[in-house]
Design a protein around this ligand. Structure first.
Ligand code: ADP
Ligand code: TRP
Length: 325
């Protein structure tokens, strides 16, 4: 299968991004043709600092590789370096009803959050994402639950293109992990963990052991003291149990048993240790890659060139079908 996915370069990559998206990428790259990129064009739709953007992009590439994406197997690149993304986005814009865009949950949330900057790019965000996927004729898109609507819209646009101009695109399906598709915030377990929130609300893949312990020990928990999974009554503890279970590779039932006669404190201490141990190799690899600038730039250049070859072929076909040649 051809797999396509991306992450925006803003903020720090957290365990929600890892468990929802990147962990799936790592296992998928073994048997599929994978295309993973850093979605810098998407990141321009909310306020950002242009001076910091390049560093953030390199940070994300380092993060992908440190977490286990293999640049020999997968194509890794920066979205804006393959101009066909923006080109296809424009063409697909002409097929996408505005009504579909105004009903997108992410658009509604972000226009509330950034009231003074409701720009056209924010509205058009999902069409660029459809272009990202269709440009490579992506068949499956490994993402977290929050991206479901956007992949659904990609299918709608693909269908409309096929109906209007003849069969061209397969309708891509989203791939969610069985568990962990929506990791919740540590400070408010009713909200999803997000890069753009307070750092106390997430564990970054490269947080120091001290920070991990601090954040987990002060994570919002629920009344009572039993460590049991119950999303409605105990959203905080249930979220921590999900993280524990995925990282320690143990069923939630077994963890509940282990902490049956212990309280939240013991459970949290143990979870902090699980996180510290799991993320230790990531921190080590990150440090090593930070000293290898040339290697990192080479990965991106090679990735962009491989991506461009596929992108040009699709654009040739799309241009012809749309009457531009
Ligand atoms: P954020 O929302 O934290 O800024 P992005 O929008 O860049 O992150 O998302 C990158 C990837 O991580 C997407 O596939 C998204 O679905 C996934 N993702 C984001 N937040 C979470 C979460 N809390 N739990 C699971 N997956 C998530
Ligand atoms: N919109 C995605 C997010 O915020 C990032 C993204 C951009 C993406 N283009 C994509 C994900 C294409 C999958 C496929 O997380």
């Amino acid at each position: 299968m051809r797999i396509v996915s991306g992450i925006q370069p803003t903020g720090e990559i957290h365990i929600g991004n890892y468990l929802g998206a990147i962990k799936q990428w790592i296992s998928l790259q073994e048997e599929n043709e994978c295309i993973f990129f850093i979605a810098d064009l998407h990141a321009l739709t909310v306020p950002y600092n242009p001076k910091e953007l390049q560093d953030k992009i390199i940070e994300k590439l380092v993060c992908y590789v440190a977490a286990g994406i293999n640049p020999e197997k997968s194509i890794i690149f920066v979205q804006s370096k393959v101009k066909e993304h923006a080109e296809l986005c424009w063409l697909l814009n002409t097929l996408c009803p505005v009504g579909e865009l105004t009903r997108m949950t992410q658009y509604k949330d972000k226009s509330k959050k950034f009231k003074d900057n409701i720009n056209a790019g924010l509205l058009d965000y999902p069409v660029l994402m459809a272009a990202d996927i269709l440009l490579y004729k992506g068949q499956a898109v490994p993402v977290g639950k929050d991206q479901e609507q956007h992949v659904e819209l990609t299918r709608t646009i693909a269908r409309k293109f096929n109906q209007t101009f003849g069969q061209t695109f397969e309708e891509p399906k989203e791939l969610f992990p069985k568990s962990g598709a929506k990791i919740m915030s540590l400070t408010d377990p009713k909200k999803k963990m997000s890069k753009s929130d307070d750092p106390k609300s997430y564990i970054s893949l490269f947080d120091s052991p001290e920070n991990i312990t601090k954040k987990i020990m002060s994570a919002e928990t629920d009344s009572g003291k039993e460590v049991i999974y119950n999303v409605t009554k105990k959203p905080g503890i249930s979220n921590l149990l999900t993280i524990y279970s995925l990282l320690a590779d143990k069923p939630i039932k077994d963890i509940e048993k282990e902490f049956k006669s212990k309280g939240y404190g013991d459970f949290k201490k143990s979870l902090a240790k699980v996180l510290i141990d799991y993320l230790e190799p990531f921190r080590r690899k990150q440090k090593e890659l930070q000293t290898r600038d040339v290697y990192v730039k080479e990965i991106l250049e090679k990735g962009a060139s491989r991506a461009k070859t596929i992108a040009e072929t699709t654009m040739q076909e799309v241009n012809e079908k749309m009457g531009l040649i």
